[in-house]
Design a binder for this molecule. Structure first.
Ligand SMILES: Cc1cc2nc3c(=O)[nH]c(=O)nc-3n(C[C@H](O)[C@H](O)[C@H](O)COP(=O)(O)O)c2cc1C
Length: 209
């Protein structure tokens, strides 16, 4: 089938918006920020990715508003006002905690504490990192870009940051490499589906030359 997205993302026979199922799997950027009042915020973003390596840059897209409001999501407000965020790797064993942090709660709630996660101080930025996450990148905001928004839909935004500090748990380093079999990253598929990289899913392919 073929459809033009200007007519909507749910043409027959689709029962739900199909967009989230078109580009899969997507990594999950579990983004911690802190408000100017010092309240810790944590939320998952699957419109997230690594952009370049030298220097290391990543982006996430806080799209739309906080549910039931016309206010931007806290992950956008905090990054805009403080210029800092932290990428935390979401792993298979952190699935439930990650999901809990996608709940729409007032800005005054410490979402790391609410999800029962240990907040660990960063070295160069104010937002803490998730203690149980094996990989974290302390980021300075480089640019915040307004993306196009369809008619009568709330704004879409991309936050680009440069990693200025990187944490890797020694337990996931094997033979001088980060071992994905030990990290078990979680990925987002369409609808309510996820995939986990478990040891049996990992394989290496030698380059042709
Ligand atoms: C796995 C997963 C991925 C998500 N990805 C995004 C995303 O890319 N962009 C977005 O705006 N919301 C996304 N959400 C929803 C946000 O996490 C949710 O709106 C959150 O409450 C934002 O919180 P904040 O106001 O604390 O920033 C995602 C939710 C889940 C569970």
């Amino acid at each position: 089938m073929y459809f033009d997205p200007k007519d909507g993302m749910r043409p027959p026979p689709f029962k739900h918006s199909v967009y989230n199922a078109l580009v899969v799997p997507r990594p999950i950027g579990w983004i911690s920020t802190i408000s100017t009042d010092g309240v810790i915020n944590l939320a998952p973003f699957s419109f997230f990715n690594a952009l370049c390596g030298a220097p290391p840059c990543v982006m996430y897209c806080p799209n739309g508003y906080k549910t039931g409001t016309t206010e931007p999501k806290d992950s956008l407000t905090n990054a805009r006002e403080t210029g800092e965020f932290v990428f935390n790797m979401c792993t298979h064993d952190l699935l439930d905690a990650m999901n809990a942090t996608s709940a729409h709660v007032p800005s005054s709630v410490d979402e790391m504490a609410a999800a029962g996660l240990e907040a660990v101080d960063c070295v160069q930025v104010k937002p803490p990192r998730v203690g149980n996450s094996p990989i974290a990148m302390e980021c300075k905001v480089l640019q915040i870009i307004d993306l196009p928004a369809s008619e009568n839909t709330p704004p879409n935004t991309m936050v680009i940051g440069q990693a200025i500090g990187i944490h890797v748990d020694d337990d996931v380093i094997v033979d001088g490499m980060i071992d994905a079999r030990k990290v078990n990253p979680l990925a987002r598929l369409g609808y309510l589906d996820y995939a986990a990289i478990l040891p049996e899913n990992v394989f290496a392919v030698p380059r042709p030359d």
